[in-house]
Design a protein around this ligand. Sequence first.
Ligand code: ADP
Ligand code: MG
Length: 247
Amino acid sequence: MSNTDFALAVEDLTVSFDGFKAIDTLTLYIDRNELRVIIGPNGAGKTTLLDLICGKTRASAGSIKFKNEELTVLDEHTRVRRGIGRKFQTPSIYENLSVFQNLEVSYPAGRSVFGALAFKCTDEVKARVQGVATEIGLAQSLDMEAGLLSHGQKQWLEIGMLLMQEPELLMLDEPIAGMSARERELTADLLKRICKNRSVIVIEHDMEFVKQIAHKVTVMHQGKILAEGSMEAVQSNPKVIDVYLGH
Ligand code: ADP
Ligand code: MG
């Protein structure tokens, strides 16, 4: 397989903050339809890596190619249009709008809340909202005010808002933090479904959850990759046990 066959090819990526390299000559390849989990101690650079891929932070050096197109020269909005979706740790849903409206405003035709509400709700948008609501388990709650959803449901709604844009790479930073055991199970099922037709990168600490969802695991430490491979290989790697799992 050549490097151009990967969905995402990150090569020699570096970012310095006042001389401190939060990401240090990191190289990482993600396949199409792969669900990759990134683990590692606090401060390893996991969130910074997602910031660099989505364009929230600019790289100091190196390359990020998505479907063989260089992303580092594109701004954040252009990367969204290229199919990069990013979920941050705190949900950013519109609490006073319904579940339906939250999904509707996320349809790519609606660029702002006001523009999208004025936008005529076509059958196509409705069908897409229905499909996504079913996918995230909120089809029965479309008329509910989003602020009244449980913590887990809010997280799923935000994933749904990203799915409305049909991303080809979806990145999630600690998606199950604060969820109940049942919500974690449902989130694992959801992630396994949504990686069937896109690549997904998940940052997570809960090793039981990682075991359930990961195709491959990447372990980061001090802005570099410490280990990469199957869950079993990574869990028994002495370097990984030393810097992360042993604690
Ligand atoms: P992780 O998500 O693995 O816990 P982060 O990516 O949040 O780690 O942080 C990696 C390191 O980079 C930390 O030492 C953090 O303080 C530093 N860092 C992250 N963003 C910035 C920034 N914008 N300015 C300065 N330092 C930063
Ligand atoms: Mg982080």
